[in-house]
Design a protein around this ligand. Structure first.
Ligand code: HEC
Length: 121
């Protein structure tokens, strides 16, 4: 389950650029759509590689992604507290959610990715 999202998205880039070229008849502004999508993609990639194993199923008592009820009290603590707990680890979750090479921003993006999908509307 590794390499499916990013390659398929990247494969779209030339198509999008070609469409932009065809539409306005001049060169599109470099790679802007890719740059704007980057933080979301980074969070998703980290999530899929490192957090998914527990947070998709609720393994080890992890709050399941998409379960607004399980996430509400955690979201209420605020991002900084959730980030600190992720960095330090919690019962059932190893430090940095097992992504030892992730920096704090990558962890934050992965948390944001899960939180975004776990909010009640
Ligand atoms: C080995 C399983 C496991 C993995 C992998 C894992 N988690 Fe967790 N996570 C847990 C468990 C279990 C809890 C609940 C801990 C508790 O409440 O005692 C948790 C809780 C959390 C919380 C809530 C923290 C809070 O303050 O309530 C966040 C945020 C979180 N994980 C983020 C992540 C991120 C980001 C990753 C990937 C980089 C990740 N987790 C990977 C098991 C895991």
């Amino acid at each position: 389950m590794k390499a499916f999202t990013l390659p398929s998205r990247l494969a779209l880039v030339p198509v999008i650029l070609a469409a932009l070229l065809a539409a306005c008849g001049e060169a599109p502004e470099s790679d802007r759509p890719v740059a704007e999508a980057a933080p979301e993609v980074a969070g998703e990639q980290t999530y899929r590689r490192f957090c998914f194993s527990c947070h998709a199923s609720g393994a080890a008592g992890a709050p399941r992604t998409g379960n607004a009820q399980a996430w509400a009290p955690r979201i209420a603590q605020g991002m900084d507290v959730m980030l600190r707990h992720t960095i330090d680890g919690m019962p059932g979750m190893p430090p940095r959610g097992m992504c030892t090479r992730c920096d704090d921003d990558e962890l934050r993006a992965a948390i944001a990715y899960m939180v975004e999908r776990s909010q009640s509307d």
